[in-house]
Design a protein. Structure first.
Length: 192
């Protein structure tokens, strides 16, 4: 087990040491900010959900789970990727609720598009696809979450999930193929 500073702070918070939770937040803030910035670069539309708001919302979700559930630094950041996905999806749902009409928009999932901007509707479509994928294969969904929402490299995903880089690459390719197949059967957006 890792005995890095974040893991040590997680252990201290689990033991109930005074100030450990605040020290944990301070220790992970820079890394959470990097993840949030990565997400914000992809976001287009209403800029209300800024990087700082995304960090704080995700951290509140993580904190609500309690530190007892986190084994170490790696597990914390894999869960942080999922929390950021949930925060962004919730925000996108709120944005979409304010609009009229327009059901599904086509979402593409490839390395080039992942680095580009994503609208609220596209994020909601991606979330629906990921929920289906998660029901079929939770680990494959984790790979996609870490790559897309965590901005992690193949090597980082392998380390966080405790699997080989070859497995990450294979799971990523299969997940992309599954998502593309689902996209082919999704209705096209209304043109009128």
């Amino acid at each position: 087990m890792s005995t890095g500073p974040v893991t040590q702070l997680l252990d201290a918070a689990r033991r109930g040491e005074v100030g450990a939770s605040q020290a944990l937040f301070s220790a992970v803030y820079a890394e959470l900010r990097t993840l949030a910035r990565s997400q914000r670069r992809r976001w287009r539309g209403n800029e209300t959900m800024n990087t700082t708001a995304l960090i704080h919302e995700a951290y509140l979700k993580l904190h609500a789970q309690g530190v007892a559930g986190f084994e170490n630094h790696k597990h914390f950041f894999a869960t942080a990727s999922k929390a950021m996905r949930q925060v962004l999806v919730n925000y996108a749902e709120q944005q979409a609720a304010g609009k009229r009409g327009g059901n599904a928009l086509r979402v593409t999932l490839d390395e080039v598009t992942l680095a580009s901007e994503v609208s609220a509707d596209e994020l909601l479509d991606l979330d629906r696809l990921l929920k289906d994928l998660e029901a079929e294969d939770p680990r494959r969904c984790q790979v996609v979450e870490c790559r897309v929402f965590g901005g992690m490299t193949v090597a980082e995903v392998a380390e966080v999930l405790g699997i080989s880089e070859a497995t990450v690459k294979r799971e990523w390719q299969v997940a992309c193929a599954q998502i593309f197949r689902r996209l082919e059967v999704m209705p096209a957006p209304d043109s009128g």
